[in-house]
Design a protein around this ligand. Structure first.
Ligand SMILES: *Cc1c(COP(=O)(O)O)cnc(C)c1O
Length: 337
């Protein structure tokens, strides 16, 4: 596998030797009893860094979002969410299936925002005919795009005016911060809760952290247990996340620069590049040539995300270097040219 270049997602990274050493050295305990010192340290550190009262370490972002939704909403409540958002479309309908929470999907604007005038029309009147609208969910980054900072402030004011809570699926929130050129606190400060993935660009093998008030996090911890996510000596995994916070946040700028260079090189080679933001590049290949394209990249040992989203997605990450970028430009350029 070593000579394959895998740009399907930033989830494919493997822990670095230094990260593995940190994992090996981790002090551990039983996290169900709240006694894993490394898990506790990770939770306290991230809560402090991002400006929240409390934090909860969970196995996946899907479970983190689910537990957040179940902590915010009761049976018969409703959350407002983008119709292509992970928390609606890519989590098996968990909020509805397991939480009895009704989603109200909303079409995204081109920049990934949910237009607040549209959101407002979706809020249900207080009446037994309707689910009780409780929560607005946003996602940042959105297909690699950092949501505009002024939109986040507007969303907060909107939620305050309408009695809603505001949750962020911040799977790639550190990419959003680095991409916007601000500290991550600035990106999360308007939200009641935030879910952050460590298994994406930050390069840890496993784990997400949910941030919120003490009361919300306690409720989410209960749902984590109910959904089978109460884990024991998770400190070895938390140590990988601590290592990522120390060593893999600022370097996201390298991934973004490589994505920029990739987009530029592909354009110059005649590839139809639709967008590049942070660590993601999207390209278009005519539908009739997709099978040939898939065979071409496969023959040249390049893996891309093809047919999952409307566009082909290329994601840069920790395990991709400059020579890999050059090779991908050559391989894709050879197809279109
Ligand atoms: C990856 C991701 C998640 C969580 O995914 P898991 O694989 O369950 O960790 C949630 N939201 C977004 C936007 C993601 O990209």
């Amino acid at each position: 596998m070593s000579d394959w270049i895998d740009l399907r997602s930033d989830t494919v990274t493997r822990p670095t030797p230094a990260m593995r050493e940190a994992m090996l050295a981790a002090e551990v305990g039983d996290d169900v009893y709240g006694e894993d010192p490394t898990v506790n340290a990770l939770q306290e550190r991230l809560a402090g860094d991002l400006g929240f009262e409390a934090a909860l370490y969970l196995p996946t972002g899907t479970q983190s979002n689910l537990c957040a939704l179940m902590a915010h909403c009761q049976r018969g409540d409703e959350y407002l969410v983008g119709m292509d958002a992970h928390t609606y479309k890519y989590e098996g309908g968990g909020a509805a299936v397991l939480g009895s929470i009704q989603p109200q999907p909303i079409p995204h604007a081109g920049d990934g925002t949910l237009p607040l005038d549209v959101v407002e029309r979706m809020i249900k009147p207080v009446d037994p005919h309707f689910a009780r609208t409780r929560l607005l969910c946003l996602e940042n980054t959105w297909h690699g795009r950092p949501l505009p900072l002024d939109y986040l402030a507007q969303a907060r004011a909107f939620c305050n005016a309408n009695g809603l809570s505001l949750h962020l699926d911040g799977a790639r929130v550190f990419n959003a911060a680095v991409g916007s050129g601000v500290g991550v606190r600035e990106v999360v400060r308007h939200f009641d809760s935030v879910s952050v993935c460590f298994s994406k660009g930050l390069g840890a093998p496993v784990g997400s952290v949910l941030l919120g008030t003490r009361a919300l996090v306690d409720e989410a911890a209960r749902w984590r247990k109910v959904t089978g996510g109460g884990w024991r000596q998770a400190g070895m995994l938390a140590a990988a996340c601590m290592h990522a916070l120390d060593h893999h946040v600022q370097r996201l700028a390298d991934d973004h620069a490589r994505a920029g260079r990739l987009a530029e090189g592909l354009r110059a080679a005649g590839v139809d590049v639709a967008d590049q933001q942070t660590n993601m590049v999207f390209i278009d290949i005519p539908a009739g040539r997709l099978d040939a394209f898939r065979a071409h990249v496969d023959a040249h040992r390049v893996r891309l995300s093809i047919g999952y989203l409307p566009r082909i997605r290329l994601v840069t990450h920790l395990d991709v270097d400059d020579a890999d970028i050059d090779r991908v430009i050559d391989v894709l350029g050879a197809f279109s040219g």
